[in-house]
Every structure is written in C-alpha cells, then in structure tokens.
Design a protein around this ligand. Structure first.
Ligand code: GLY
Length: 256
C-alpha cells in the first residue's frame, strides 16, 4: 500500500524542458489545472501529498519520478541521463531525507532515470534506454539485490518512440503487466499475465496502479476497456500538456 507521494508543481518555463514529442507547445495554465487534477486523484487514492514548489532552474523537474527509486526498505537517488536534469536530484534529496534514513545514490558514469524502473511487487524491471545506461542499470540492480529485491533488465533502445521503459509498460499488480506489443514477448515478462496495448494507444501504457485504483490517461478507450475487464477501478486524467513534454502519469509523482 502507498500512503504518500511527492509531487512538484510545473514551473512557468515548463515548456522549455526536453521533448521529442512534436505535439506543439504546452499551455501552462492548462498544465497547472491538469497537475492539480492529478494531485486530487492521488489524494482520492488515500495518499498524503508533499507538494514541492516550482523550480524554474529545472523545467523538467515536475517529472519527479526520474530522481529516485523509493521502496519499502530504502530510497535510491538516481543520476539522470540528461545533463540538464542531473541537478534535480540534490534539490529533492532533503525532501526524501524527511521520509527515509536509508538512502543510496547512483554515481557516474552510471546514468538512470526513474521512468525506466517498473516495480512489479518487489521485482524491479530496469529499462536500458537513451537515459539509463548499462552501468546505471547494473548499479541499481546490485543495490536492489543487497536490499533483498530482485531485478531484470529490458533493453528498450530498439523500440521506436519509447523514452523510458514505463513509456511502454505498467505493472497493474497481482502479476499482471500492461505492455505495448513491441515489449510483450521479452523474456523478462514471460511469467506474468500480459495485457497488450492496442496499436494507436501506446501513450496509455503509462498507467499507475495506486493501491486499489489505476490512474490512466484520457482518450484511450481500448486500454480503458482492458483495465475495466480486469476489475480494477480507474481514474481517468487529461494528460495532454504533459504528453507534449514527453511526460506520463507515472513521471509526475514519487509514490511510497
Ligand atoms: N521532458 C521529460 C524528459 O525528457 O526527461
């Protein structure tokens, strides 16, 4: 069960962050409204929120998930793959220190973004991507093993249009994974129940299971039906302005 989440309000220069999406400039006031609706959804799932103020020094820093891996046993601070984002980690460290005594830190030359890590009930899938290199993945796997968890690697570099592993998958809990078809046959997933995202709805693969509920992006009815058939209640959120900045639902919070 999650009881808390850390979120960070988008800064006014949010649109000057990194993106490859080619969907146009995000509208800042709409992004703020969508962010507030996201926070409300987390509260509705029973989470206590720590809301950090906007930081214009780091326009991507609303995507807090990339800075840390939070587990029941420890926190692991990342070393993000984009140089413009690496300073986000020291900014968030004091907040994580309010909740964790046991904090590990990944170090260069390893790089790793939290968006590449999918926690499937204590087994961690670690994506190797444009942002997470093999050294960063290895450092994280070693730390997770020391802490009593298990991990496996998934190389997403050959999959077009995928920034992070969780741009193409989500753990829905109870041994079920939501996967884009390009990832569905990866050997790391063979012992899981696999629900495949229909073509054209890739963005909806980035769902988040928060306790008994799945948060998902609006505008993806086929994935909505698939989740509904699993019997998991859904909260559907408009994510249009974050999608323009290569961001998904999971990126906007650290849940623990
Ligand atoms: N804009 C999110 C990222 O590229 O890291």
């Amino acid at each position: 069960m999650f009881t808390r989440a850390i979120v960070k309000t988008p800064a006014e220069n949010f649109s000057s962050g990194l993106t490859t999406a080619n969907l146009g400039q995000p509208d800042f006031s709409t992004a703020l409204l969508q962010h507030e609706a996201y926070c409300q959804a987390l509260r509705k799932c029973g989470l206590d929120l720590t809301e950090l103020p906007p930081d214009p020094n780091y326009p991507d820093s609303t995507f807090v998930e990339d800075t840390a891996i939070l587990t029941e046993r420890c926190a692991i601070l990342t070393h993000p793959g984009a140089p413009s984002r690496q300073g986000e980690v020291s900014e968030i460290r004091p907040t994580i220190g309010q909740f964790y005594n046991r904090i590990h830190t990944l170090t260069a030359p390893g790089t790793l973004d939290g968006g590449d890590i999918c926690d499937a009930d204590g087994h961690f899938f670690i994506g190797i991507s444009e942002r997470t290199n093999e050294e960063g993945a290895r450092q994280l796997a070693d730390l997770l093993l020391q802490e009593g968890y298990t991990a496996s690697f998934v190389d997403v570099r050959p999959v077009p249009g995928i920034l992070h592993l969780k741009s193409g998958m989500a753990s829905l809990g109870d041994g079920t994974l939501l996967l884009i078809k390009e990832l569905a046959d990866h050997p790391a997933f063979e012992n899981y129940q696999r629900v495949i995202v229909p073509a054209g709805e890739t963005y909806a693969a980035n769902c988040v299971r928060v306790n008994d509920t799945v948060l998902m992006a609006s505008g993806f009815p086929q994935v909505g039906n698939l989740v509904e058939r699993l019997g998991i209640p859904r909260l559907v959120l408009d994510m249009s302005e974050f999608e323009k900045m290569d961001g998904g639902l999971s990126c906007l919070s650290l849940r623990f």
